[in-house]
Design a protein around this ligand. Structure first.
Ligand SMILES: Nc1ncnc2c1ncn2[C@@H]1O[C@H](COP(=O)(O)OP(=O)(O)O)[C@@H](O)[C@H]1O
Ligand SMILES: [Mg+2]
Length: 227
């Protein structure tokens, strides 16, 4: 099967004044369609940097990265954002919902940037909200929802463009353990519906929900196991 993500000897160096800090030091990674993977490591190990590369929010300093068969290195910002919009949905630790928009408007947000209109856009949004049990709150502002509910709305928003790949960077970092487990169940449900899911976490209990656990330490992958 063609990998959805293929990284070969990917490195990422950040410049800080005169210093160059190598944060990713040769990552080889293959993600095939349908996987549910967790990237685990301590704070500062390079998880978010790796996730940003996987999601084309940033590009490697060197190495190869193919997303859905396309070489990412060398693409300009515009082409990167087209690639992102076509393939990837993002979920972050801070939910980043717009406070003055309703739940439904928040879920509809990604569709505003699409070049081609999708059919039945609003129906799809309502259907997603029904799937996560928040249909009755769709006209609420986000601040009337709990943290877990807000994260579920953010997952709906990430699903709106029907991405092949769902990326979640510490999605449960602000949630208590029971709510965190619900969020992981929801991501598992999206995986069952055919999405490839990659979750970043420093929490072994969270990583255990995934089918594959990739451990990163000081910018290198040190270990892999089935979840
Ligand atoms: N834009 C940046 N500029 C300089 N250093 C950065 C930048 N982004 C991340 N780093 C550094 O890279 C290391 C890894 O960061 P990060 O990928 O955010 O780790 P994690 O998500 O595992 O906590 C940290 O030492 C961090 O300070
Ligand atoms: Mg991080």
């Amino acid at each position: 099967m063609t990998p959805l993500c293929l990284m070969e000897d990917v490195r990422k160096t950040f410049r800080m004044g005169d210093d160059a800090v190598e944060v990713l030091k040769g990552i080889d990674l293959e993600i095939i369609p349908g996987e549910f993977a967790a990237i685990m490591g301590t704070s500062g190990s390079g998880k978010s940097t790796l996730m940003n590369l996987i999601g084309c929010l940033d590009v490697p300093t060197s190495g190869r990265y193919l997303l859905a068969g396309r070489e990412v290195l060398g693409l300009q910002d515009d082409d990167l954002s087209v690639l992102r919009n076509a393939h990837i949905g993002f979920v972050f630790q801070s939910f980043y919902l717009l406070p003055y928009a309703t739940v439904l408007e928040n879920v509809l947000l990604p569709t505003l940037y699409r070049e081609s209109a999708m059919d039945h856009t609003e129906e799809r949004a309502v259907e997603l909200l029904r799937l996560i049990g928040l249909e009755a709150r769709m006209h609420f502002r986000p601040n009337r929802l709990s943290g877990g509910e807000q994260q579920r709305v953010a997952i709906c928003r990430a699903m709106m463009n029907d991405p092949e790949l769902l990326l979640a960077d510490e999605p449960t970092g602000q949630l208590d353990s029971k709510t965190a487990a619900e969020i992981m169940n929801l991501l598992a449900k999206m995986n069952e519906r055919g999405k490839t899911v990659i979750v970043v976490t420093h929490d072994p209990a969270i990583a255990a929900s995934a089918k594959r656990i990739i451990r990163i330490k000081d910018g290198v992958i040190v270990d892999e196991q089935a979840g």
